[in-house]
Design a protein around this ligand. Structure first.
Ligand code: A2P
Length: 280
């Protein structure tokens, strides 16, 4: 084969930082999760996010296409072979209107630069850790719940998840159920580690066993009574928050004003950390 012959061969279009989709699951008409191949050199800490995206349409004037990128929490744990993501579908969302149609074998763009504040390094040691999520804000906790460090560092793990409808709880509920059969955790942490977990799912717009916003259920004391624990305090409790903006702000204020907790960061670990869930 001569060089000329090689040059005339049609090139397979490949995206920059391309990864291949290996699995897609649709949970409701608003939610889906998917897995992609993991870049060989990518290291990340459970709870971090990366930028992912797709190539946009070719601009008629410039003849070029620009990638449409958004921050997505990595839902898989740091040791997993593939990278998992959990996403909302927004009909006219610039990225998710397209991303919701991906299938195994397709390519997406994944920039291999993980960052984020929902990491164990940003919290000082404690007795109990709370994960507070709304909607797709469950994603970083899907990672952290499969991370051995979570069970090594804390005696008790409480996860609250508030969604509009009951079907939106399924991804999280199934993930928590699957922990019982997690070989790595059973081996490293010991059988029965999952008994450390208390799961508190609530819905706000559809009937379910527990209704209401978690913030209201905490203010009334109902959540603490249901869970059989004291309200959060700096001596024992640590927390990570990931949800919509109003939820994050309301909880942050409650933590600081009512419970006396201090916000932490990678550079200055403290009692709680906050991150906004992706919205297209
Ligand atoms: P609600 O139905 O009462 O608005 P969204 O899909 O809009 O991101 O909301 C996800 C979930 O978060 C919904 O159940 C919603 O309840 C709840 N939520 C929205 N804002 C707050 C808030 N400030 N505090 C607690 N929960 C909230």
């Amino acid at each position: 084969v001569t060089d000329a012959a090689v040059d005339t061969k049609p090139k397979t279009p490949t995206l920059p930082d391309a990864q291949t989709v290996t699995e897609v699951k649709h949970w409701t008409d608003r939610l889906f999760s998917f897995k992609v191949s993991r870049p060989a050199s990518l290291r990340f800490r459970s709870g971090e996010f990366v930028m992912i995206g797709l190539m946009g349409e070719v601009n008629e004037k410039t003849g070029k296409a620009k990638p449409i990128m958004r921050a997505y929490s990595i839902a898989s744990p740091s040791w997993a072979e593939e990278m998992e993501f959990y996403s909302i579908k927004v009909e006219d969302g610039p990225l998710t209107s397209k991303l919701q149609h991906i299938e195994p074998g397709d390519e997406i763009i994944l920039r291999p630069k993980p960052v984020g504040t929902l990491v164990h390094d940003a919290l000082i040691p404690g007795k109990r850790i709370w994960f507070f999520a709304t909607g797709t804000g469950f994603a970083p906790f899907a990672s952290l719940l499969r991370e051995p460090e979570t069970y090594e560092k804390f005696d008790e793990i409480i996860i609250t998840h508030t969604c509009r409808e009951a079907g939106e709880l399924t991804y999280g509920a199934e993930l928590i159920e699957s922990l019982k059969d997690d070989e790595l955790l059973n081996e490293v942490i010991g059988e029965g580690f999952w008994k450390k977990i208390k799961y508190y799912p609530t819905t706000t717009r559809e009937e379910s066993p527990k209704m209401g916003r978690i913030t209201d259920l905490m203010k009334s004391g109902e959540a603490f009574a249901d869970l059989g624990v004291e309200p959060l305090k700096p001596e024992t409790d640590r927390a990570m928050i990931c949800g919509n903006l109003a939820f994050n702000l309301e909880l942050k204020e409650m933590f600081e004003e009512t419970y006396g907790l201090e916000e932490g960061a990678n550079s200055k670990p403290a009692h709680f950390v906050v991150e906004k869930a992706f919205l297209d």
